[in-house]
Design a protein around this ligand. Structure first.
Ligand SMILES: Cc1cc2nc3c(=O)[nH]c(=O)nc-3n(C[C@H](O)[C@H](O)[C@H](O)COP(=O)(O)OP(=O)(O)OC[C@H]3O[C@@H](n4cnc5c(N)ncnc54)[C@H](O)[C@@H]3O)c2cc1C
Ligand SMILES: *[C@@H]1O[C@H](CO)[C@@H](O)[C@H](O)[C@H]1NC(C)=O
Ligand SMILES: *[C@@H]1O[C@H](CO)[C@@H](O)[C@H](O)[C@H]1NC(C)=O
Ligand SMILES: CC(=O)N[C@H]1CO[C@H](CO)[C@@H](O)[C@@H]1O
Length: 350
């Protein structure tokens, strides 16, 4: 370590900005390797011992129910063929509009290729080469949709680089050491409400239920729920990081740690701690018609209009109460002040 926070930030900006420039200067980095040939026919005979051992059972807490297995197989069919098929469909049908639609929560307007990247079924290199082709051979010009998508794939590399350069982050530490001193809350009830999607904040609850059902969550809501847990509830971000790793089909240590660092402002991104997501504003902006909420939170299906974003505050109390939808477990502006005070205390000490 031994770097000042300014030096750290400069390194980070360098890593980010140089990605495309580097690839343009070194196009061989985008050369896709030839497919490996098949093993010689007698390989099994020579390596008999290797093939003979029994595959151990997964530990109890890593097992999926039959229903989950079936569901995930349907949602994310395995294999490289499926990954390439999805990549092709995305680049043809969605990528051009990615820039405008990627933040919208309803519908499927991002690639949902993360499970394939994370499991190694699809390489970033293959994906970038195909996107570049679709974008008239360009990485960082021509169509903005392709450009932004390529730059999102670069984020994945970016967080991997962070892990390689600062491996201490994989030891339960945050990137900005000053925030190790933050006083977190260990309120079990709050954590449980968050993880089950019962906080009384519809956008947060919809997102957590999406995670629990689909093992995937939209990037926008990943930011919203990580900010909510660490700032509104002041619960240690590591609990959320762990919950995500236990539930995401695309769980990837580097990207997940990076994302949680962003949401809790303890990480590598220059997201200052005083920028705290307002769940209501996020909901109104990125799920304007409340479709995402209605899909994931059935208790609120009959709520009409803008009340969907805040049923108890906007006159839909009757429906919400009748269907057992919880009241907000905290007051956002009070929590915001509390978070600011806590963060400020440690930020000033350094
Ligand atoms: C709190 C938090 C936790 C996250 N945890 C993970 C995780 O465990 N695994 C994971 O793969 N991503 C994680 N992300 C990043 C991002 O949310 C997902 O990669 C993205 O939502 C996957 O959907 P997609 O494939 O449709 O993405 P698209 O928008 O289609 O993007 C294409 C690809 O680019 C990469 N990418 C996009 N955004 C990011 C990003 N912000 N950081 C790193 N890579 C990105 C992914 O590989 C993604 O598949 C996290 C983000 C946050 C805020
Ligand atoms: C994108 O590429 C095409 C084909 O080369 C070209 O006609 C078009 O002007 C380019 N657009 C931009 C914005 O660069
Ligand atoms: C996804 O989340 C990251 C935080 O990890 C953020 O920096 C990025 O801008 C988000 N991407 C989009 C497309 O909103
Ligand atoms: C803004 C928006 O939601 N656009 C589209 C997102 O994708 C779905 C299909 O998955 C479309 O129906 C939406 O119109």
């Amino acid at each position: 370590m031994g770097l000042s926070s300014k030096q750290r930030m400069i390194l980070v900006l360098l890593l980010q900005g140089n990605w495309c420039a580097f690839l343009k200067e070194n196009p061989e980095y985008l050369e896709v390797a030839d497919e490996p040939g098949s093993n010689p026919g007698d390989a099994r005979k020579h390596f008999k011992g290797l093939f003979d051992c029994k595959v151990p059972d997964a530990p109890d807490n890593k097992r999926l129910s039959e229903a989950e297995k079936k569901r995930f197989r349907q949602m994310y069919p395995e294999g490289e063929h499926e990954a390439l098929r999805r990549l092709e469909v995305f680049l043809e049908e969605k990528a051009k509009e990615y820039d405008d639609l990627r933040n919208m929560l309803s519908g499927r307007n991002t690639s949902v290729l993360s499970p394939y990247f994370a499991s190694g079924a699809l390489s970033a290199r293959t994906a970038v080469v195909q996107a570049q082709k679709a974008n008239k051979g360009q990485l960082d010009r021509n169509q903005s949709g392709y450009m932004s998508w390529i730059s999102e794939v670069a984020w994945r590399d970016f967080y991997k680089h962070v892990l390689v350069h600062w491996p201490f982050i994989c030891m339960n530490k945050c990137f900005k050491p000053e925030f190790t001193d933050l006083e977190w809350s260990y309120n079990q009830g709050h954590f449980k409400a968050w993880s089950e999607g019962k906080t009384g904040f519809p956008i947060v609850d919809a997102a957590m239920r999406q995670l629990n059902h689909a093992a995937w969550m939209h990037n926008r809501t990943r930011m919203v729920v990580s900010s909510f847990l660490s700032k509104d509830l002041l619960v240690d971000w590591r609990r959320g990081e762990r919950y995500f790793m236990e539930h995401l089909i695309d769980g990837d240590f580097a990207s997940n740690h990076g994302g949680w660092g962003f949401g809790s402002s303890t990480g590598v991104d220059p997201q200052p701690y005083f920028r705290i997501f307002n769940p209501l504003r996020q909901s109104e902006r990125f799920d304007p018609d409340g479709e995402y909420i209605r899909h994931w939170v059935p208790e609120l299906r009959d709520v009409e209009g803008a009340a969907i974003h805040d049923p108890y505050g906007r006159g839909a109390e009757d429906v919400a109460e009748k269907n057992g939808y919880p009241r907000p477990i905290i007051d956002h502006s009070e929590s915001r002040d509390r978070a600011l005070q806590n963060y400020k205390k440690v930020a000033q000490r350094h």
